[in-house]
Design a protein around this ligand. Structure first.
Ligand code: CMP
Length: 394
């Protein structure tokens, strides 16, 4: 394999990588999501007979185009499989075979099944086929959802509290189903005559779904039903709490790693010790801005300052001129230090990753780390003087 084609393979791999922050990768993800949305919309519309009858040719055309794009994507992913870090020690053929049987590989293969179905003469009209397309393609959306990975980690991290809530759920379910079976079985032998049927009612009630297909008629059955509904709300609230806390903690950990990665590019933090740095990292948030987006506007109240991890911004000064700031610089500090509105508008000139520090955290950090506060204050002073000088010259 020539060096040029290896380089190209790496570039294609980078673009297709799910978490890649580069503009090309973001553009690809937007395109892919749009194609997916168009495809799903076409199959949904195709399942509505009244609509489809007049537009069948266009809808089928859209489905063809979408499947062809997915086919090209599948082949591209297959080609770049040797670049996947987990497969680097394998030969290209073995890496590709491994990818084919991996989850993303199988999802990719399923997504191009419609091509096989269509070239096999299978008609792509009618509600049944439309639903097959829907199921195959919606799986692709999963590849865009880091939340799946996060969910798996949350479930693993929180397995003990989740198991406790599930045990409470099981106890309530069995107790209520048995009691309802005892109270109701004579009056409603069909619905409560055996425990599995009574359990169906208990699940529908405990989850507060309440289809209303089975309803207790005796006083005892209704009391059990009432208790079960109230307990259901409590159990669901518990489960929601456990999962929400787990998600928030997991997201905080991920954000910490993201910031830790970026913070080394900002010189003002470089001289800080690990302990101090870890305190700051916990307070910074990463924000990605595309090119030509206004980050802050002159005259707005200031609630945060920004460090440029990579990219470039243009500070539009009130005097009419502008200053460009790039990797490692910071801005938005003047409003925090002077407690005044923003002195200038700032916009990105190219895709930029910023680290945001909120005012409350800035004041706290400034009181702990005088050297950092001093460096920020000195730069703010220099900028203020520069702006006054420019104003004087006008
Ligand atoms: P703030 O006033 O909070 O919001 C606008 C920001 O632009 C300001 O903080 C500074 O960080 C930045 N800024 C203002 N003047 C200059 C300058 N002369 N050079 C570089 N940055 C500036």
């Amino acid at each position: 394999m020539t060096a040029a084609s290896k380089k190209l393979r790496w570039q294609v791999f980078s673009v297709l990588r799910p978490s890649e922050p580069s503009p090309a990768a973001r553009r690809w993800r937007t395109f892919h999501l749009t194609v997916l949305a168009v495809g799903l919309l076409a199959v949904i519309l195709l399942s509505i007979d009244e609509f489809a009858s007049g537009h069948r040719v266009y809808l089928r055309g859209a489905i063809w185009i979408v499947t062809i794009i997915f086919l090209v994507e599948y082949l591209a992913r297959l080609w770049v499989a040797p670049e996947i870090p987990a497969y680097v020690d394998k030969s290209p053929t073995r890496a590709r075979l491994h990818w084919i049987v991996s989850l993303p590989g199988l999802i990719g293969l399923l997504a191009i099944m419609p091509v096989v179905m269509m070239t096999g003469g299978y008609s792509i009209s009618g509600a049944d086929t439309a639903s097959v397309f829907c199921i195959l393609w919606i799986l692709k959306l999963g590849l865009h959802a880091p939340a799946f990975g996060t969910l798996a980690r949350v479930i693993s991290n929180e397995r003990a509290p989740i198991a406790s809530v599930l045990i409470v759920f099981a106890i309530l379910l069995m107790a209520a189903a048995t009691a309802a079976h005892m109270f109701e079985r004579v009056k409603q032998p069909e619905a409560f005559g055996n425990l599995p049927n009574a359990m169906w009612w208990a699940v529908v009630t405990l989850t507060t779904t309440g289809y209303g297909d089975v309803v207790p008629l005796t006083a005892g059955g209704r009391m059990i039903g009432s208790l079960l509904m109230i307990s259901g709300i409590a159990v669901l609230a518990l489960m929601t709490g456990v999962l929400a806390t787990g998600f928030a903690q997991e997201e905080r950990r991920r954000e910490y790693l993201r910031v830790w990665d970026q913070v080394s590019r900002v010189p003002i933090f470089a001289s800080l010790g690990v302990v101090t740095l870890s305190e700051i990292v916990g307070k910074l948030r990463t924000r990605y801005y595309p090119a030509h987006v206004t980050v802050l506007r002159r005259g707005d109240p200031g609630d945060s300052m920004f460090f440029i991890s990579n990219g470039e911004v243009e500070v539009r000064l009130p005097t009419g001129g502008s200053v460009r700031l790039d990797d490692g610089a910071f801005f938005g500090e003047m409003a925090l230090l002077n407690r005044q509105p923003r002195a200038a508008s700032v916009a990105t000139t190219r895709p930029t990753t910023l680290l945001v520090l909120y005012a409350s955290d800035f004041y706290e950090i400034a009181s702990h780390i005088p050297a950092l506060a001093e460096a920020v204050e000195n730069e703010a002073k220099r900028r203020r003087e520069e702006n006054l000088g420019r104003e004087g010259k006008r």
